[in-house]
Design a binder for this molecule. Structure first.
Ligand SMILES: [Zn+2]
Ligand SMILES: [Zn+2]
Ligand SMILES: [Zn+2]
Ligand SMILES: [Zn+2]
Length: 489
């Protein structure tokens, strides 16, 4: 299932539990771990039946067991899984178990892996991981969903009686559900739907908001973990389970909900968020100053201006953030609404504030979609220029929050490249740019494309990022041939 590089080793300590450390110098891009998923399954709330083998949409049941769906391309699924319901211990279980409650699929698959002597060992390090149920019970988030979608229907099906050795109680099932959620990466199925891939090792790495590794997933859901930055002997191998474009308070909220984790990493402890000021406010007293959160021991504190020391109480800041968050939900994809939100809140938030970045990303994606729709007509230069500006605003922040080899930054560069090339081609066609000016802009485009390709060079060919690399290479070829024509090299 897993293949560890000889450059890392597994160690154990009180704070992190079992984890991995580098045992020698590691270069950026070096593969640290390769792993096949323990199982791939739809999210709990999924109601669309999917083929048990390849996870494509399917409406047909396996003829032998009549429990698991199979698609037109697959003629069989796991032997044990099939046999268990066809003639084994589970043959008496009602055949529409999955049809009625497809959400239980991930848990059902895990229980069958545990039941099968051939695969039981593969699951051990996952199911051995202790789960403090009292931290989750009655809490916000996942407990209720697990209870309704998975635990209750599964117990009602009588399956527990067919697997007596596992002593399946509601608490055991809840603990399994939590382990599945905490050890899953979102993977994309062949039909484009998001699924969860459960990885025993790769998804159990300790969290850091500035990860030193990159997770690559290919089309067969195989995972490759590689170093994002050079590592030294003794460095802990970290992964990130939070969106790097969220501010500290948002990331921490997300981590608490999804993983019951209180992060106190270097980024979380740095009120400037690595110099990006993604959570900083504009000072209300002086015109040029920015206020950062004075982190108390409990992680909360008032915002104080770095220039004039004026204080903005935490309650006021939180109220404002909730207001902007609400307005973003209300905006419902309306371009003009986003633009006016941007004008209004630019007065109050740092230009790199995560909420302003969110608004800008929304505007840029509306403009991109609009450009695609009108591809036959003349795209408006003003709109294109606006898109270039918004995409370029995002670049320094993406660069700062995910150092080293970064898919996030590569994608941001690509978005910027597309907008830039569209704009300058139009400007050149309409004689707004001279040959020399056009060539100078093309040179910038060529550099951006090369930088993006460089960041993606360790991604597998048969992955979304691999295809993105092909796309960027094509763009680069076009740019370079235009450069030959107009600028010489
Ligand atoms: Zn299939
Ligand atoms: Zn079957
Ligand atoms: Zn953190
Ligand atoms: Zn001030």
């Amino acid at each position: 299932m897993q293949d560890f590089s000889e450059k890392i080793q597994q160690v154990h300590n009180e704070q992190l539990g079992r984890h991995l450390v580098a045992n020698m110098h590691i270069d950026a891009g070096d593969t640290l771990l390769e792993e096949r998923p323990l199982l791939v399954a739809p999210h709990w709330e999924c109601s669309q039946l999917k083929c048990s083998q390849c996870m494509q949409e399917s409406y047909v049941m396996c003829r032998r067991c009549q429990v698991f769906p199979l698609c037109m391309d697959c003629d069989q699924h796991s032997d044990f899984e099939c046999e268990f319901f066809a003639s084994g211990a589970g043959s008496a279980i009602c055949k529409d178990l999955l049809v009625k409650n497809y959400g239980i699929c991930a848990l059902l698959k895990l229980l069958l892996l545990l039941e099968d002597p051939a695969t039981r060992d593969d699951c051990q390090s996952l199911v051995e991981r202790p789960v403090k149920l009292e931290d989750y019970r009655d809490g916000e988030g996942m407990w209720q969903e697990h209870e309704e979608q998975v635990v209750r229907p599964l117990l009602a099906s009588g399956l527990a009686g067919a697997m007596p050795a596992q002593q399946l109680t509601a608490d055991v099932l809840h603990a399994h559900c939590i382990r599945i959620d905490c050890n899953a990466f979102e993977v994309t199925g062949r039909d484009g739907e998001t699924l969860k891939g459960v990885f025993v090792c790769g998804a159990g790495l300790p969290h850091h908001c500035v990860p030193n590794t990159v997770v690559a997933l290919d089309e067969q859901f195989n995972m490759k973990l590689y170093a994002a930055v050079p590592l030294s002997a003794g460095d802990v191998i970290y992964n990130s389970y939070a969106n790097p474009l969220m501010g500290t308070s948002q990331r921490q909220h997300q981590l608490r909900l999804s993983r019951h984790l209180d992060c106190s990493c270097s980024r979380c402890r740095d009120a400037t968020e690595m110099g990006t000021h993604m959570s900083s406010m504009k000072c209300r007293e002086c015109s040029a100053g920015f206020a950062i959160c004075e982190l108390g021991p409990d992680g909360s504190g008032d915002w104080r201006c770095l220039d004039c020391a004026a204080v903005q109480p935490a309650a006021d800041v939180h109220e404002l953030l909730a207001e902007v968050g609400g307005a973003l939900v209300e905006a419902k994809g309306e371009l003009q609404v986003y633009e006016s939100l941007l004008v209004r809140y630019k007065q109050l938030l740092h230009p790199n504030h995560f909420l302003l970045l969110d608004i800008k990303q929304n505007i840029a994606s509306i403009l991109r979609a609009a450009a695609l729709m009108n591809s036959m007509e003349t795209p408006c230069k003003k709109m294109l220029a606006r898109r270039v500006e918004l995409c370029s605003d995002l670049l320094p922040v993406c660069r700062a929050v995910v150092p080293g080899l970064s898919k996030l930054y590569a994608i941001a560069l690509f978005e910027y490249l597309l907008a830039l090339i569209e704009l300058i081609e139009l400007q050149f066609a309409e004689s707004d740019l001279s040959k020399k000016q056009y060539a100078a802009q093309l040179r910038i485009g060529s550099q951006v494309a090369r930088e993006a390709l460089d960041l993606l060079r360790f991604e597998p060919e048969n992955s979304a990022e691999g295809y993105l690399s092909d796309r960027i290479s094509m763009e680069l070829e076009r740019i370079d041939s235009d450069l030959m024509k107009y600028g010489g090299r």
